[in-house]
Design a protein around this ligand. Structure first.
Ligand code: PGA
Length: 268
């Protein structure tokens, strides 16, 4: 067994489970949407208005990078509680890396979170476990809260490899990460079965619960979220039936009414 894995199991495997959070984390992954800044402002302001009285949730909006400064300024106001996140970041702080955005830059724009290892990044941009590992370390160093996405494909599920894949993605993401960085960090894990993303074919909440219990053997205290075709009909079940501490919402986060319903179904 590799050394980092032992360390990881030790650090997270023996501690008493104390993640009992009073807030669910609802993350909106807008992906490369909406097409214009004007639409993004409209969507953001509708969501902001719709959830302003909802308690017990922390809502994180992850828009395309270039909308972040504008939406951040729209977010100002008394008792305002929407956080922001990037959908990815690079592992270097600055330099000749055309097209990339660093964790420090995201932090400077007021982001607290960053989604890392999303299956679309792995598939379309060839992000490997090694690259995700570098990104996790850089994000932690910049004091961002990484939301690490892990999940199996349809064929991996069919061939019974789900748990193996999840463990591999999880352990390689944190490989050789200094103990001090992990222990003081506020990372989350998002279980996103790839076959459930954008398909409407969501994971049965009781089956998802089994995956959650499996992940909890390793991740004792940090939030674990579910993602993959979350909608206003199934959102609550992932929190109340499965026991996840939050949700990562893609398609449904682009429809203000639907997203508000999701947040309200989870909060109160
Ligand atoms: P979905 O996407 O909600 O549209 O399935 C989730 C995600 O990709 O994070």
């Amino acid at each position: 067994m590799p050394r980092y894995y032992k360390f990881f199991e030790f650090e997270y495997g023996v501690k008493k489970c104390n993640f009992l959070m009073n807030k669910s984390l609802i993350v909106a992954n807008w992906k490369m949407n909406p097409a214009t800044l004007k639409e993004s402002k409209r969507l953001f302001n509708s969501v902001k208005e719709g959830i302003k009285n909802v308690k017990n949730t922390e809502v994180v909006i992850c828009p395309p990078f270039i909308y972040l400064p504008v939406l951040k300024s729209e977010a100002k106001g008394p008792s305002f509680a929407i956080s922001f996140g990037g959908q990815s970041c690079f592992w270097e702080e600055k330099g000749a890396f055309t097209g990339e955005v660093s964790p420090t830059m995201l932090k400077g724009l007021g982001c607290q979170y960053v989604i890392l290892g999303h299956s679309e990044r792995r598939k379309y941009f060839q992000e490997t476990d090694e690259m995700i590992n570098k990104k996790i370390k850089a994000a932690l160093k910049a004091k961002l809260k990484p939301i690490l996405c892990i999940g199996e494909t349809e064929s991996e599920k069919k061939s019974g490899k789900t748990l193996y894949i999840l463990k591999k993605q999880l352990t390689s993401a944190f490989k050789n990460t200094p103990k001090s960085l992990i222990l003081n960090s506020k990372f989350s894990i998002a279980y996103e079965p790839i076959w459930a993303i954008g398909t409407g074919n969501f994971c049965d909440p009781l089956k998802a619960k089994k995956i959650l219990l499996f992940l909890r053997k390793t991740i004792k205290k940090n939030p674990i979220l579910y993602g993959g075709s979350v909608n206003s009909q199934n959102a609550r079940d992932y929190i109340k039936v499965s026991g996840f501490q939050g949700l990562l919402v893609g398609g449904a986060s682009l429809d203000a009414k639907e997203f508000i319903k999701i947040v309200k179904s989870v909060g109160y």
